[in-house]
Design a protein around this ligand. Structure first.
Ligand SMILES: Cc1cc2nc3c(=O)[nH]c(=O)nc-3n(C[C@H](O)[C@H](O)[C@H](O)COP(=O)(O)O)c2cc1C
Length: 466
């Protein structure tokens, strides 16, 4: 399974060759980006016939290097720069022809030339027809790459092939290739953290510019909507949240390059395209969903930032029943019990604190940025205290009693309360603009969090190497 941040700050050189599986390299690139990697794409001339360099340039935000005889726009020699800067070279899919060229050092294409010129680890994912893979020539070439060159071969899988045959030769599951790249890098320091030493990025333009991608490689989790706390199978206690604000945060984060998971409560707006969705319509379900997301099975942070925009019920019926409560003239008294404060719980958990706020466990690293919303009526006096009590990095407070603010509107007037004491009252803005202002703060906080890693100065546990 991919995990955000395992390749933070790394440069992955992704070499693509002329296999029918070349289209899968698009998803592979996205997985590397989701792990936090910077990616430069190298292609053989044949590969460019299978998948358009434009797609790969747009997704990697870098020009694709597909001609070994072309110089970079700034006059440098592309394959040498990439060879010197890459933390890993991943060739996937690798054709039979490319394996042969590589085994014999024939540097006629940029992928082979880069592999010859690099001291970075090389990971190779062969993909081809079963008979081609079984041929002694191919097998001998694979052996040379593995045994003589020390390349990691991610063996192809058995299954249906493009030829119509069933056999070995299908490109390995992309997650296996990502895992192999993570393992190959291991504990090595980042080779060239300075962007000036890396292959060039695309010139800033339109939605391909650096700002548009400032959450690239980050995993942002957003809760949105209201909750529905059951009274009986047909009735519930809900609230007026529509999910507009949380969905705006999802869309903005997605457009800025993040992998986005929407934890969806009761929504009255459409779920945006391009985000992963986890349904959670009660406070308890939302708490469970976030508990599952916050930490991976290996104990690392499962996301980089959480924006808790959902309006989670503070109370739920003490004893929901499994049959419809019949109408009576005597009326009905419901007893409500408090729901857990999910954000405060996460604020403690990521810091390794127990219920009382005392050290009692392992902190979650790298520590995710936590952002909460505080819907108040009649002023924002209580917000600073809430921020401290919940141990969040940012609280977005609004007075929902104000016209144009709050539930079901397309605008919002919010004040950002930051953990460092800064208070920033924003004007009445469209919710999408509010979302972008919140994400600006998240980007700053994440960059500060990862600063020592990016520069190679000091190691931040959990971010540097694994
Ligand atoms: C439709 C089609 C699919 C192909 N798929 C593969 C493949 O999956 N694996 C492979 O080794 N060769 C495949 N080939 C053959 C390669 O494209 C060919 O050997 C080419 O010269 C490889 O060039 P390269 O290794 O420089 O990229 C395919 C050819 C065609 C026409």
């Amino acid at each position: 399974m991919t995990q955000p941040g395992r390749l933070a700050g790394r440069l992955v050189a992704l070499g693509i060759t002329g296999s029918i599986a070349a289209f899968k390299a698009v998803d592979l690139l996205r997985l590397f980006r989701a792990e936090g990697a910077d990616v430069v794409v190298l292609m053989t001339p044949s590969a460019t016939r299978f998948v358009a360099p434009l797609t790969l340039a747009a997704l990697s935000r870098r020009p694709v290097d597909a001609d070994v005889l072309d110089l970079l726009p700034d006059g440098r020699i592309g394959h040498v720069i990439t060879a010197d800067a890459a933390d890993v070279v991943v060739v996937a899919p690798a054709t039979a022809h490319w394996l042969g060229a590589m085994a014999h050092g024939l540097a006629a294409d940029v992928v082979t030339a880069t592999c010859l010129a690099t001291s970075a680890p090389v990971v190779v994912g062969p993909a081809m027809d079963g008979d081609m893979y079984a041929h002694p020539a191919t097998q001998a070439n694979v052996r040379i790459l593995r045994d003589d060159f020390g390349y990691r071969i991610v063996e192809p899988e058995t299954g249906g092939l493009a030829s119509g045959q069933v056999g070995i030769g299908r490109l390995a599951a992309l997650e296996r290739i990502v895992d192999a790249a993570v393992e190959a890098i291991g504990e090595r320091p980042i080779r060239k953290p300075d962007p000036a030493d890396r292959p060039p990025r695309l010139p800033d333009a339109g939605n391909l510019d650096r700002d548009a991608d400032d959450l690239g490689g980050r995993h942002v989790v957003v809760t949105a909507g209201g909750t529905a706390e059951p009274i009986d199978p047909v009735r519930f206690i809900g609230n007026r949240s529509t999910g507009t604000m949380g969905v705006a945060v999802c869309e903005a984060a997605r457009d800025r390059g993040a992998r986005v998971t929407l934890v969806a409560g009761t929504l009255q707006v459409a779920i945006p395209a391009g985000v992963e969705v986890v349904r959670a319509e009660t406070a308890a379900a939302m708490e469970a969903a976030l508990a599952a997301l916050v930490e991976t099975p290996t104990g690392r942070a499962g996301f980089d930032a959480l924006v808790m925009a959902a309006a989670v019920a503070d109370f739920r019926p003490a004893a929901p029943v499994d049959h419809k409560i019949a109408r009576t003239d005597a009326g009905l008294t419901l007893q409500l019990v408090p729901n857990p404060d999910i954000l405060a719980g996460l604020g403690r958990r990521v810091r390794g604190l127990d219920e009382t706020g005392a050290p009692g466990g392992r902190p979650i690293l790298p520590r995710p940025v936590l952002v909460g919303f505080a819907a108040e009526t009649g002023g924002l006096d209580r917000v600073a205290a809430k921020l401290r009590a919940k141990r969040v990095d940012l609280l977005v407070a609004n007075d929902v009693g104000e016209p144009g603010s709050g539930f079901g509107t397309s605008t919002n007037r919010v004040t950002l309360f930051a953990a460092d004491g800064e208070v920033n009252a924003l004007p009445l803005l469209p919710k999408r603009s509010v979302a972008d202002r919140i994400l600006d703060r998240i980007v700053t906080l994440l960059d500060a969090r990862d600063e020592p890693v990016q520069t190679g100065a000091t190691a931040t546990p959990g971010r540097t190497t694994s």
